[in-house]
Write a protein that binds this ligand. Sequence first.
Ligand SMILES: [Ca+2]
Length: 363
Amino acid sequence: MKRRLVFCVLVCVIVFLLLTAGTAQTSQRVIIDTDPGIDDAMAILLALNSPELKVEALTVVPGNVDARQGLENALKIVSLAGRCALPVAGGAQHPLNQKLITAQFWHGKNGLAGVELPASKCNADSRFGPDLIIELVHQYPHEITLIPVGPLTNIALAVSKDPSIVPLVNTIVIMGGSMTGGNVNGAAEANIYNDPEAAAIVFNAGWMVTMIGSDVGERTLMTRKHLTELQALHGPESDVVAKLAEFYVTRSEKSGYQGAAMYDPLAVAAVIDPNLVTLKDMHVDVETKGEFTRGETVANRMGSDEKNVLHGDHYEIEGVIELKPNARVCLASNANGFLQLFIQRMRGSPQPLARAISKMAKP
Ligand SMILES: [Ca+2]
């Protein structure tokens, strides 16, 4: 009887060790490139509270706020999470080819809903953000997933400086672009609009860009019901997230929305659990010129362009030119599933979702 008990205990220990080893192995290394930003802050805290992810660095890009404020905000968020060992590096100071457009209108005067977080106990990493991305991709070949949730300036600088990182990145999942109209104007989504030349570089770099666009973010809403759930959690991080969310939901309601679009957190969640999003391979071009469409992500649903050939004084369609997909475009999300995951992770002590991790891996 005693032997059987010892045997059972041994089996249990082995199973536990195997399970925990499996969890550790399936954690994806990620770098979040961010312009914090209310939804950036939520995305960062979601990532830091998700055992499926191992955040290797935050790199900061100007967008919602300028580069200095963005770095300060990123450091405060990391400090709030008690994660000072995580490298947080500044990067570009402005978009590649235009002036910066900041978004305090949506994010509050400091980019974080006017919520004054305690001064950060963490220090900025001295490395230049794009260089840190290059360094980490070489350090962990085929393991890093890039999650840019701001304008694509830093990523464009990294791949321009060292194109050899492109095949060494596991995958890249951006919050940006849209299939069906923009959130800045009729055509463009804000992250792409803020640096269209950088976005064009990133979409044409030779990798498959998973595009979590604003059109899907706008159907993935945090409502007052979710806000009430967050407010009931009473943790140090969830209290801050609830304050951010209150501002964000109120601001969105004033603009006629039913709730706050969870743009950046949805991109992080798509890496945590790819089952939360529906993707379709397409070719996407970034419009860098159009009078009304600069910054639009032009997604080709058919996978081909007509081939028009000059015949005398006119052109004739002689067939189609097949286009190679360069993007996995998000068409839909499981909004309820996402919000449940988000609120669960803000509760702390999360259990990993072991089931879906590998699906976001490069094919
Ligand atoms: Ca952002």
